[in-house]
Write a new protein. Structure first.
Length: 131
């Protein structure tokens, strides 16, 4: 039975393994990684999926600041990456992780969310490419 639980610092090494398997080591060169450099995940919105002791999925959310030309800033949350173990894809694990993050964000009155990702996948959760 898959359980969705909060992300803990001790989960990070196992998540890196899943991310390398899912996206390859070149993933660290992507724009999203530049935005997250030196930032800790939002522990209250990030979660992992476990089947017993096995980590089978993870979703990390990240606090960001959008700086305006007037010098002000707007807090944002970057959703992602979301990853599922290769052998467990198609079981709805990523969907459950995203839904858990959205519920937690709504419950905690989190800032607006943004992501860099596949619109057909994320669109079903209400994300769009419009401002």
């Amino acid at each position: 039975m898959i359980m969705i639980t909060p992300l803990l610092p001790g989960d990070l090494p196992d998540i890196d393994v899943l991310l390398d398997e899912g996206f390859g080591p070149a993933r660290r060169q992507r724009t999203a990684y530049r935005l997250r450099d030196g930032v800790q995940p939002d522990w209250g919105l990030s979660s992992v999926a476990r089947d017993g002791d096995e980590l089978v999925g993870a979703l990390q959310c990240w606090p960001l600041q959008l700086r305006g030309s007037d010098g002000g800033s707007q807090p944002l949350i970057m959703l992602g990456p979301v990853v599922t173990a290769a052998a467990r894809r198609g079981e709805g694990i990523a969907t459950r992780l995203i839904e858990a993050a959205l519920v937690a964000a709504d419950a905690g009155a989190a800032p607006p969310m943004l992501l860099i990702g596949d619109l057909p996948f994320y669109g079903r959760f209400g994300f769009s490419a419009t401002a």
